[in-house]
Design a protein around this ligand. Structure first.
Ligand code: NAP
Length: 259
């Protein structure tokens, strides 16, 4: 299927590795020119070079912390005419409900709620003026089924989800869609870090921790960044203009629910 977005310009935040990289690669494979971002320059430049070489699209790589005002401004100052925005950032650390301070919450809210909202506020006006745009926020399956030790993530991502639910309906008349992709467990550094936490807490090996987690997923495996990127690219396609304000779960069936 031709997704109809060749030549468009996408900004994929937090995209040197993992799910963000999967999205940047899938968009580039469709002929989309991409602006990539991450804090660490080395991995970012390497991933950008791979995409340029493999897909022949224009790639701009901006090293910056997307969760800080200064980092966001350095990305926003370097881009214009963004048709497609993929919001992403690292997830908050696990912990226990009684230990989180106000500062911990502010950090999580900044990273996983207020940053994507600020990016939408900055970039959606151009999309609205063009009468076409796509925003995809990478959130988490935790929005539908909370993981208790990820309370900071549960809280911040639910806030973003509420914002998207209303705002997506306000800007849909202008041809701009906002949707959320909810990853279940995918094989990335983040999943590795969570498995290492289980390994240490339970005194088991890493493969045992992975096997244990996979057994909770009906597909009996972790998702791949390629699968995730393909779903993102479809949501960004010309065919997805009627998908508005949705929360789409990619979890291998892990959440057992009728809807
Ligand atoms: P990952 O493999 O650890 O990759 C994170 C990417 O984001 C890296 O490129 C990292 O590069 C970049 N990044 C992190 N913090 C950043 C910041 N402040 N500014 C700019 N770039 C930043 O993570 P992932 O698994 O792809 O996860 C992506 C998001 O999905 C996270 O919010 C995670 O919590 C959520 N999620 C993941 C899973 C999963 O199973 N993988 C499940 C549910 C939810 P630098 O470190 O160099 O900045």
């Amino acid at each position: 299927m031709d997704l109809g977005i060749a030549g468009k310009r996408a900004l994929v935040c937090a995209s040197s590795k993992g799910l963000g990289l999967g999205c940047a690669r899938a968009l580039a494979a469709e002929g989309v020119n991409v602006v990539m971002n991450a804090r660490g320059d080395e991995a970012l430049q390497a991933s950008a070079a791979d995409i340029r070489r493999e897909f022949g699209v224009e790639v701009v790589a901006i090293a910056a912390d997307i969760t800080s005002v200064a980092g966001r401004n350095s990305v926003l100052d370097a881009v214009d005419g963004i048709d497609i925005l993929v919001n992403n950032a690292g997830g908050p650390p696990p912990g226990m409900w009684q230990d989180w301070s106000r500062d911990d919450f502010i950090l999580a809210l900044d990273a996983n709620m207020l940053t994507p909202i600020a990016m939408i506020q900055s970039l959606a006006p151009y999309m609205i003026a063009q009468k076409w745009g796509r925003v995809v926020n990478i959130t988490s399956m935790a929005v539908k089924s909370p993981n208790p030790v990820l309370g900071l993530s549960n809280a911040a991502r639910s806030g973003l989800t509420g914002f998207v639910a209303g705002t997506s309906r306000q800007i849909a008349p202008d041809g701009v869609t906002i949707n959320n992709l909810l990853p279940g467990i995918h094989a990335t550094d983040r999943a590795d870090a969570l498995d290492q936490g289980v390994m240490q807490a339970s005194g088991i090996t890493l493969p045992e921790a992975q096997k244990q987690r996979m057994s909770t997923i009906p597909a009996n495996r972790y998702g791949t960044i390629e699968e995730f990127g393909a779903a993102c690219a479809f949501l960004c396609s010309t065919h997805a203009g009627f998908i508005v304000g949705q929360n789409i779960l990619l979890d291998g069936g892990a959440i057992s629910a009728t809807f």
